[in-house]
Design a protein around this ligand. Structure first.
Ligand code: ACO
Length: 358
């Protein structure tokens, strides 16, 4: 039984293509390498949404949408002790459930505004109102930390949001499409997708990557620590992928951003040195463990270092991932809805049969 639906083709899409053998990601005809160096997040949203929503000034409208959703933050004041993922999920549920561009814009804006506001409320600080004139990445950082980010910090978050905007038919995107096929609205699609994203085998891995780095502590401890973890049958967070048989290209896009931040002193060189030692030891151990099943680094490993350096706490990493991926979920939901076809696969019953038929 193929319970993981490996190699099953469940959709036709114009949105993105993941080549697991070559380690390439193409988003609407543009390679990831080109996209991360040429597009702000707002431009990437415009690229994703082309043909699914009428053209508009996405940067200006996402900025306005941040201001529109900000008042909804007051719903979180009584529940600011919730983990950020739970708080974000509860707040997203307050948005209207339609399929128009206005709902799409609010969903994109809400991820940044609600995550930043929740993080401040959890620290006993007042939320910071959005500045619609800033880029989405710069405003997200400003609303989170309370200080104007440097250009390099904004560029690093921008690169992250663009890097994770879409990635074929991953688990959360598939969920978004399934919900859209019932003709539920975009908020329902996004909420369901977010629920799928937060598991540690999908978008919940970068927090545990930092837990692993903390537990290892010293570069010299990397090899014995990882060897013992594998011997206990544990999975190394930030490694392995269902599709890639080579390095995940997103890992290098993010490693580049991490190195840029390190060059400006925003990342402790000891932390980066530890991560590189862990990467090297893990790759060697995984090669030995599974000589026939190439296991390489995935997007989550350097995500962890990047988001930590930008000031996000590890329990909010999945929310920041969702802030980038939300546009992919929305575009896929629209694409699926346009097929007009309900997703309804079959299962094979293997349970007991009624007594009279036995
Ligand atoms: N550490 C150790 N062993 C691993 C790892 C890992 N990270 N990943 C896979 N393996 C091993 C499995 O134990 C399995 O061994 P077995 O055949 O002896 O049982 C073998 O490699 C094949 O594993 P599968 O489960 O078939 O691989 P799958 O394609 O289903 O898993 C997954 C992909 C879930 C991402 C897996 O690699 C994993 O758990 N990684 C760690 C969590 C992680 O980093 N998640 C983020 C993924 S990226 C994203 O979703 C945004």
């Amino acid at each position: 039984m193929n319970s993981g639906l490996d190699d099953v083709v469940a959709a036709e899409t114009v949105l993105s293509d993941v080549d697991g053998a070559l380690g390439q990601l193409v988003v609407r005809g543009v390679s990831l390498d080109e996209l991360v160096t040429s597009a702000r997040y707002e431009d990437a949203v415009g690229l994703m949404f082309g043909g699914f929503f009428s053209p508009r000034d996405w940067a200006a409208e996402i900025g306005r949408a941040r201001a529109d959703v900000y008042p909804l933050l007051h719903y979180t004041r009584s529940s600011s002790d919730l983990p950020p993922t739970d708080a974000l999920r509860a707040l997203l549920a307050r948005l209207p459930d339609a399929s128009d561009a206005d709902t799409a814009l609010k969903l994109i804006a809400a991820h940044a505004v609600f995550t930043a506001g929740t993080l401040r409320l959890r620290k006993g600080l007042a939320p910071i109102a959005p500045d619609p004139k800033l880029t989405h990445a710069a405003d997200f950082l400003r609303m989170t930390t309370g200080v104007a980010p440097t250009e390099r910090q904004s560029a690093a978050l921008d690169r992250y949001l663009v890097t994770v905007i879409d990635h074929g038919l991953n688990a959360s995107t598939f969920v978004s499409r399934i919900v859209a096929s019932t003709q539920a609205g975009l908020t329902s699609s996004v909420l369901a997708a977010f629920g799928a994203l937060k598991g540690p085998l999908h978008g919940g891995a970068p927090g545990p990557v930092l837990d692993m780095l903390d537990a290892i502590g010293e570069p010299t401890n990397a090899y014995p620590w990882l060897e013992a973890a594998l011997a206990r049958g544990e999975r190394l967070m930030g490694f392995g992928h269902r599709i890639y048989r080579v390095r995940d290209p997103r890992a290098d896009a993010l490693k580049g951003a991490v190195r840029l931040l390190a060059a400006s002193g925003a990342i402790d060189p000891m932390r980066l040195g530890l991560a590189e030692a862990v990467e090297e030891a893990a790759l060697e151990l995984l090669r030995r463990k599974k000589p026939d099943r190439p296991l390489d680094i995935n997007v989550e490993f350097y995500t962890a270092l990047l988001l930590e350096a930008l000031g996000f706490p590890r329990e909010a990493f999945t929310c920041v991932f969702a802030a980038g991926r939300v546009s992919g979920w929305i575009a896929h939901a629209r694409e699926q809805a346009l097929t007009g076809r309900l997703v309804r696969p079959k299962s094979v019953y293997v349970g007991p049969v009624p007594r009279e038929a036995a």
